[in-house]
Design a protein around this ligand. Structure first.
Ligand code: SAM
Length: 219
């Protein structure tokens, strides 16, 4: 059955309640909350599962992958301190939900997914069905996308064993990398600010559980 793209009062109401919940859980950036309140998350779900779309949970999207939990998306996005016009590299496109949140905030997004089926689907659905335009790539994002560097911000939406040096090289000075780092079970959210060419400020934050980042500079 064809996927439906209808945003009615029921979904709008559920989205508003999700935003209220995220605020209660500690998300403060008004622009992040506004973006979450705008992106129709139910479009990423088959209609039978629309009642799950505005729960604060991750959900399967096929190929053994998940659409991230809204709190995780909000948390990572808040750490990026997005400004309009920021050039952002997203590693792990998945459903494209995080991509849409970044686009809503006025970022230019380069996004890379290693699973070809997800890449093909998202590259079609976002611009054609939802009107969200990003630069889509298929491949191993653990090595970044050197040809479009430097980036103002880099977000990794899968769990890495270590911080890939190569991603730090692709950051502009003053840029921020947000990446979950840990073992296959749990990861700590890490933010790294590139202060100067070889000078970084690292902060280790809360614990999350992501699918693994698989690639040359990853698992
Ligand atoms: N932000 C996405 C969303 O909202 O749907 C999250 C998707 S999921 C948590 C993480 C994604 O990272 C998966 O789709 C997975 O295939 C992808 N991935 C894992 N390793 C990767 C790599 N080396 N390069 C690109 N994508 C990768």
């Amino acid at each position: 059955m064809a996927q439906k793209y209808i945003d009615n009062y029921r979904e709008k109401g559920a989205r508003k309640r999700l935003v209220d919940l995220l605020e209660k859980k500690g998300i403060q950036d008004k622009e992040v909350l506004k973006a979450i309140g705008t992106v129709p998350r139910h479009y990423f779900f088959a209609e039978t599962f629309w009642n799950q779309a505005y729960k604060d949970i991750a959900f399967p999207i096929g190929e053994g992958q998940t659409i991230s939990q809204p709190y995780t998306v909000a948390y990572q996005t808040e750490l990026l301190h997005i400004r309009k016009g920021d050039k952002v590299l997203e590693i792990g496109t998945g459903s494209g939900y995080q991509t849409c949140v970044l686009l809503e905030m006025g970022a230019t997004v380069y996004t890379i997914e290693r699973q070809e089926k997800l890449y093909e689907k998202t590259k079609y659905v976002l611009p054609e069905k939802m009107g969200y335009k990003a630069h889509f790539f298929c491949g191993d994002g653990s090595i970044g996308i050197a040809q479009h560097a430097p980036y103002d911000k880099i977000i990794v939406t899968a769990g890495a064993p270590t911080v890939p040096e190569i991603l730090l090289k692709q950051l502009r000075i003053g840029g921020i990398l947000v990446i979950p780092v840990g073992d296959e079970e749990t990861q700590k959210m890490v933010t790294i600010l590139k202060v100067a060419e070889h000078d970084y400020e690292k902060i280790v934050l809360d614990t999350f559980r992501f699918v693994p980042l698989v690639g040359d500079k990853a698992w």
